[in-house]
Design a protein around this ligand. Sequence first.
Ligand SMILES: Nc1ncnc2c1ncn2[C@@H]1O[C@H](COP(=O)(O)OP(=O)(O)OP(=O)(O)O)[C@@H](O)[C@H]1O
Ligand SMILES: [Mg+2]
Length: 187
Amino acid sequence: MAGTGDVRRADTGATVWLTGLPSAGKTTIARALAGRLREQGRRVEVLDGDEIRASLSAGLGFGRADRHTNVQRIGFVAELLASHGVLALVPVIAPYADSREAVRRRHRQHGTAYVEVHVATPVEVCSARDVKGLYAKRAAGEISGLTGVDDPYEAPAAPDLRIDSQGRTVAECAAAVHALLTERGLL
Ligand SMILES: Nc1ncnc2c1ncn2[C@@H]1O[C@H](COP(=O)(O)OP(=O)(O)OP(=O)(O)O)[C@@H](O)[C@H]1O
Ligand SMILES: [Mg+2]
């Protein structure tokens, strides 16, 4: 029957986690990808770190335990959305390997697709971009605990995709993630 295949594909949800340093390009790539997927008629939700910290994770700090809790909460919501056919794009730093692994495990346990993308922009490039002025504040001694500077960032050893945004356009980076989702049969 015409269209049956489209219906089936539209029901395949997934979580796409974009991890990386502050100013790496996670939010920018996620929003570009979201636009492209919506144009294709897919249901997409972007769970952005900043928005979640102002809502679901309000009150959590930036110590190890709270960063872990934040990532588990986001992973919980993303899995729920993905299990209902939504493409949940998650541009969130998620600095710890064990936190990310726990999210991957939750998805595996529920049979929900999970894709980890490391937006691997080097710290020198991120600090030159400094979208929120955090690197400058850290350099001036006004804040501490900045991921990748004086707080750990455990880069993924085996992400599903690694993107170096340096020297590439946003559209190219979004296209790389889109290609991976296609390759995995998720689009
Ligand atoms: N190829 C690229 N992909 C993504 N962003 C890029 C690229 N080239 C340049 N940029 C710029 O880098 C900046 C990335 O900022 P963005 O807010 O997306 O980072 P982030 O990883 O979400 O940081 P944070 O963790 O602080 O939220 C933007 O100003 C964007 O325009
Ligand atoms: Mg962001």
